[in-house]
Every structure is written in C-alpha cells, then in structure tokens.
Design a protein around this ligand. Structure first.
Ligand code: PLP
Length: 440
C-alpha cells in the first residue's frame, strides 16, 4: 500500500492533474479533458484565470488569514456588498462559510435562532423534499432526501420531514398541465405544515433547481410562488438552496429570480468562488437579520475559516469577471445551444427519456424505454459507466444514480464553465453521444 490519500473510491486509480486552462484540464500523462461539469458544477470561469490568481496573491501578501472575532477584511466587505446587490430585494446580509454543506448547516441554525430571538422556541421542525441534496455533513444530510447518501448514516441523523418534490417528468398525472402540477406539488407543503402544526415549523428548505439527486430539475411554473405564499401564510421561513444552481449558472444570478420569488434565506457556494477557493455564503433578508439585531445581537455560530480573506478575494474577482465579461448572457445563449444540441443528438434515442435544465445546468435522464419511463436497474451503474466512457474520451460529466425503487432514472449532468463557446458545446455533446452509445 503506497497511497496515503483516503480517496472517495479506494480501489480506483485516479490520474494526477498537471494543469488547467480555460475549460480544459490536463493530467500528468499529457491527456486533456474538457471539463463539461465544472468538476461538480463549480468551475464557472474555467481554470487558470489570471485576474483571479492575481487577486488571490495580492490578498495573501496583504493578510492571508484573520479570525472573524478580531477583524473584517475589505475583500469580505466588498464581496458581501456585491452578493447582496446581485441577490436583490432585501437579501442584504451575507454570512460567509467554506462549503455548501456548511451553508446548509448555517442556514438551519440561523432559522432556528431567528425563532428563538422572536420568542417562538417551539418552532424547531424543518420540512424538506424527497430526492433533495443539501450536503454530506450530518445536519445537512438530515434534511437531504437523497436516500443512498443518507441511509448508511440514518441512526446519526436529526429528525426532519419530507414531502414529494416538484418533478414534472416523473410525477405529473397524464394530461396534467405544468401549472396544475406545480399547484398540486406545492399543496403537499401546506398539508405537511398543517399535519405537523404550523406553530412548530421553523423552515422549508428546497433547491430552486434540483442538482445532484435527480439532475437539473427545474420547478414547474408557479410552484415556488405558491410555496412562498404557503410559507407566508404559516410564518414558515423559506430557505432556497442555490449552492449548485445559484451565482449565474441558470442565466440569472439566482435561479429564483426567474421564478419571481424571494427567499428568507439563500445558500450559495460552488460558483461563488468558482473553485479557486472554498467559499460559500448564507444570505438572509432584513427580516431575519433584524430578528438577531433586535434580539440578542449575536449569532451563536462561527467557523475558524469563515470569511477567509483569500477566499473572499478570489470570489470577488470571479464575480467581477462574470460582470465585466457579461458572462450571464453567454450562459443564457450557450444554454440554448446546449438544449438544441442535446435534442439534436438524443431526441430520437429511446433510452433518453428526458432532456432538461436551464442555462448551463442541464441533464439527460436515461430509461429503458422512453414511453414507459422505466429506469435502468441501479446495479448496472449506467451513469457511472457513461462517466467512465466519457472520461476515456477526454470529457468530464457528472453522473447521478437512479433510485432502486424505480422512482428516478440514472442521469448525466452537464454544467460547463460560463465561458464555453458554441464549438465547445458541439464537442461536448458529440463526445457525450459517443460515451452514451458505448455504455448502453
Ligand atoms: N446543496 C446542494 C444543492 C449541492 O448540490 C451540494 C453539493 O453538491 C451541497 C449543498 C453540498 O455542498 P458541498 O459539497 O460544498 O458541501
């Protein structure tokens, strides 16, 4: 045994990265890979961006680390102002952490303490959705409906309750319109709140666009608006997890902007630092912040590396480049190219049941038969095999396993950097097509 890194998969050898430039990574053997999933929907600017590298070096020279109980930094203050402005409305207060899981943990603790500050300690229940993913730490996993991730750790998880997600392709009745389905899916939330007792519910948490579990599932039209109304009716805080779909990935800074909905708390992570540093944020509304400000004045939380100056400087540079280079317009235009190319390549493939997503987060769902929507047996590990076939062809894609109970199929998620060109899109879909053919 010569390996010392405890890798995800202990028995598979990984190539060692040797370089990265734009949307491409290179390994030590000289092979190159198009990063069509930004690793895990992270690398929004691609690799090796000089403006980001320079900003990180400058910050490290000035002060590499401060603890947030002693100092703030210009980088953190400027980044918070920019994030708040981009979120819009009264989402004005930004708490920095280091990962999406920590952002979920922080959002849950923020919601809980908000109710304590407001003199409603009985509000402690969280409602989430099946087929959701909010992180791998125990608190975040407790509110995640992704079964294969949570089941081994079930004895360690906190209590949460789950409703059906909004998943038109899988859950709509024959002939049901997207609007009617969205209304029906949202009604499940009201039913659950009433069953639990509205005065005991502190928050509802949902991914605006579902990422890792079922792959680029956008909400049905009107669904989130109804969810917002229901939360307001019963005083429940709405937490939107935009760790994967936020910071421009769908073509608007928040995916919720396209839904016309404002959350009480939003979490951001992957595209915030674009992978240059580990950084995430929990953004809350004036209402939530004032609960703390007019109450104890202290959030009973804190992590050693919160608001790390180099991470904030990197993230600020990433967000500045996105604006300077008008990259959200590119996300929207290339997203349309991607939709077109996926339909062109897979539109007649009877093993591709659905092509979905928005902007540069899109997925194909694989099924035995398009008409019946029957998933492949998860034991076949189809999405993992497609990932391997793609990797062998110099393409990185993000696989998602189907469900053993047949309620969701394998999928392949694409989330390329915001800088992709039309030619890149063609190449990505062409290599993915070869990989799917080879794996089926
Ligand atoms: N929330 C969502 C929607 C995610 O997609 C993820 C990661 O994929 C997380 C939370 C957890 O983020 P992290 O892996 O940075 O802890």
């Amino acid at each position: 045994m010569t390996t010392h890194v405890f890798h995800r998969a202990l028995k598979s050898a990984l190539p060692c990265v040797a370089g990265g430039d734009g949307i491409t990574l290179r390994d030590a053997e000289g092979r190159t890979y198009i990063d069509a999933c930004g690793g895990a929907a992270v690398s929004c600017l691609g690799h090796g961006h000089p403006a980001v590298l320079e900003a990180m070096a400058a910050q490290a020279r000035q002060a590499a680390y401060i603890h947030t109980s002693f100092f703030t930094s210009q980088a953190a203050e400027k980044l918070a102002a920019r994030v708040a402005e981009n979120c819009g409305g009264d989402l004005n207060h930004v708490y920095f952490v280091d990962s999406g899981s920590e952002a979920t943990e922080t959002a849950l603790k923020m919601a809980r303490q908000y109710w304590l500050e407001r003199g409603q300690p009985q509000r402690a229940k969280v409602i989430s959705r099946h087929f959701s993913y909010h992180g791998n730490t125990l608190g975040a996993l407790s509110v995640s409906g992704n079964r294969w991730r949570r089941e081994p750790y079930a004895p360690l998880l906190a209590d949460a309750s789950f409703i059906e997600p909004c998943f038109f392709y899988r859950h709509a009745e024959p002939g049901e319109t997207p609007e009617a389905y969205g209304e029906r899916a949202a009604a499940a939330l009201e039913k659950q709140i009433l069953e639990l007792g509205p005065e005991t519910v502190m928050a509802f948490i949902a991914e605006t666009v579902v990422g890792a579990t079922t792959g680029a599932v956008t909400p049905a039209p009107g669904y989130l608006k109804r969810v917002r109304e229901i939360c307001d009716r019963y005083g429940v805080l709405l937490i939107l997890d935009e760790v994967m779909c936020g910071t421009g990935r769908t073509g608007t800074f928040l995916a919720a902007h396209a839904e016309g909905v404002a959350a009480d708390i939003v979490t951001l992570a992957k595209g915030l630092g674009g992978g240059y540093q580990a950084i995430a944020a929990v953004v809350c509304s004036d209402k939530v912040y004032e609960g703390f400000y007019n109450g104890s004045g202290v959030f009973q939380h804190g992590l050693t590396y919160s608001a790390h100056p180099v991470a904030c400087a990197a993230s600020l540079a990433v967000q500045e480049v996105i604006v300077r280079d008008n990259l959200l317009a590119n996300v929207r235009a290339r997203g349309e190219d991607l939709t077109r190319a996926l339909h062109g390549r897979f539109g007649n493939n009877h093993n591709v049941g659905d092509i979905r997503g928005r902007g540069l987060i899109q997925a194909i769902e694989l099924v035995r038969d398009r008409g019946g929507k029957t998933p492949f047996d998860p034991a076949l590990k189809l999405s993992q095999r497609i990932k391997a076939e793609a990797f062998a062809r110099g393409l990185m894609v993000y696989p998602g396993a189907g469900c053993a109970d047949g309620r969701a199929g394998d999928h392949i998620l694409l989330a390329p950097p915001y800088i992709v060109t039309p030619a890149d899109i063609e190449e990505i879909v062409s290599r993915l097509g070869e990989a799917v053919d080879a794996a089926l």
